[in-house]
Design a protein around this ligand. Structure first.
Ligand SMILES: *[C@@H]1O[C@H](CO)[C@@H](O)[C@H](O)[C@H]1NC(C)=O
Ligand SMILES: *[C@@H]1O[C@H](CO)[C@@H](O)[C@H](O)[C@H]1NC(C)=O
Ligand SMILES: *[C@@H]1O[C@H](CO)[C@@H](O)[C@H](O)[C@H]1NC(C)=O
Ligand SMILES: *[C@@H]1O[C@H](CO)[C@@H](O)[C@H](O)[C@H]1NC(C)=O
Length: 394
């Protein structure tokens, strides 16, 4: 019996328990261990699911009994103490009434190895909107030289980031920690050095401050680059059917950022069992699975399931398309800003394309506020076109 297997206790298990003698002979010690396990699981099961007509439920009022059950998912096993505690904290944070504040800011969190080639463009984007945003920079390799007043002295304590490793998630969490210290920050955006804004500040601000969800990308990919990365070592906390994939570039509401601060249990599962170079030459990248899986499990209707940062995977290579200076035209920007459907492609041989309209508080709206990956050479074109393409109305 593998410790990592969840217990799916049903009638078949019960029959095995009752008629052990008819089973092929097992060596005695194994047989005894199996028997003890069966008995203890049976006892736990009857404790968690008392028979309907037993007195257990009447100890609480009927409502208390129902509430107790409804905040837990249907149980096929007993949750560990850590899981019970974790779910309790998540539920409390999700159900807490929103704090009304006079000032709401969007935190723009830049995750970069060093230089920020689009600082000038972002400076233009932020100009005139003081008091409605804050900037944080995590520079994992070289300390960038800033010239924009919005970026100077905005670096948080930074550590080395290895591509695809947990240090990437650690950097995201670090940015969230520093950004959460400002109680006015209500929405948190993760951006890379190759990201650019697609809209003017007011559009982005209103889109994010007035949304009722976090824009966290999340979908089921049955292929090798999705579920193929799942490891059963993540059991019992993370089951394969809950495993999700999504781009790392999120935007997040404050309550979700706090939940991430509070989580250690699920974070540790991904740190230990979703990393490059695992057994059987498998690679798993926590930055593409931890948040998509976590929010699918605990607040599925609280996330949009797409990222507001556009990226072009249509070339079908290992890396998305990098836009060059000659790619950047008014037509390209118009094309990207007018996309109304989010797109996911599975990595199995069927290459199934999942398309869904982007809904903003119940109404269809263009999907994207930001885009990547732009090469530094595109800066001049983007500066020239910025006022033009950000005034495209749709
Ligand atoms: C996101 O996907 C989940 C399933 O994982 C679904 O329950 C939820 O309704 C979706 N969210 C939105 C906003 O459609
Ligand atoms: C913009 O979209 C149109 C229609 O889909 C396509 O024909 C054109 O090549 C696109 N242009 C650019 C620059 O992406
Ligand atoms: C967000 O708003 C839409 C439309 O009003 C509604 O259908 C949806 O349930 C809301 N989602 C959340 C998480 O409040
Ligand atoms: C932006 O530039 C294009 C092409 O140069 C032009 O056709 C269009 O009218 C301009 N749009 C705005 C809003 O200035």
């Amino acid at each position: 019996m593998k410790k990592t297997q969840p217990w799916h206790l049903d009638m078949k298990d019960m029959q095995i328990f009752r008629i052990p003698r008819q089973r092929p002979p097992l060596r005695k010690p194994t047989w005894i261990i199996v028997l003890i396990c069966m008995v203890s699981v049976f006892l736990i099961f009857t404790y968690v699911y008392p028979p309907q007509n037993s007195g257990e439920c009447h100890i609480f009022s009927y409502r208390g009994c129902k509430t107790f059950k409804s905040w837990l998912p249907p149980l096929t096993r007993e949750l560990t103490d850590e899981e019970v505690a974790s779910r309790l904290v998540i539920r409390e944070i999700l159900n807490a009434p929103p704090v009304i504040r006079d000032s709401h800011k969007v935190a723009f969190m830049f995750l970069t190895p060093g230089a920020l080639p689009f600082e000038e463009l972002w400076d233009k984007f932020f100009q005139g909107h003081e008091g409605k945003f804050s900037v944080y920079v995590h520079a994992s390799k070289d300390r960038p030289l800033h010239f924009s007043r919005y970026f100077i002295n905005r670096e948080v304590h930074s550590e080395k980031v290895d591509w695809g490793k947990i240090s990437m998630v650690d950097a995201e969490r670090r940015l969230l920690t520093y950004a959460l210290k400002d109680p006015d920050n209500q929405h948190f955006v993760l951006l890379s050095d190759s990201c650019i804004p697609l809209r003017d500040f007011d559009y982005v601000y209103n889109y994010l401050i007035n949304t009722n969800v976090s824009f966290i990308d999340s979908f089921v990919d049955p292929g090798p680059h999705g579920n193929g990365r799942y490891s059963e070592h993540m059991l019992p906390e993370v089951e394969k059917e809950d495993f999700r994939k999504g781009a790392q570039w999120f935007t997040m509401k404050r309550k979700h950022a706090i939940i991430i601060m509070a989580d250690y249990l699920y974070y540790a599962k991904f740190r230990d069992y979703c990393r490059p170079g695992m057994e059987h030459n498998r690679n798993c990248y926590s930055d593409e699975h931890y948040l998509p899986t976590f929010f699918h499990m605990f607040d599925p209707s609280g996330v949009a399931n797409w990222s507001v940062t556009h990226v072009d995977w249509s070339e079908g290579k290992w890396h998305p398309k990098s836009y060059t200076a000659k790619d950047v035209t008014y037509e390209l920007m118009k094309n990207i800003t007018s996309i109304m459907d989010s797109l996911h492609v599975t990595s199995d041989e069927r290459r199934e394309v999942q398309m869904k309209p982007c809904m903003w508080n119940g109404d269809p709206r263009p999907c994207y506020l930001f885009a990547r990956k732009f090469l530094p050479e595109t800066l001049d074109n983007l500066m020239l076109l910025f006022d033009n393409y950000t005034s495209i109305s749709n």
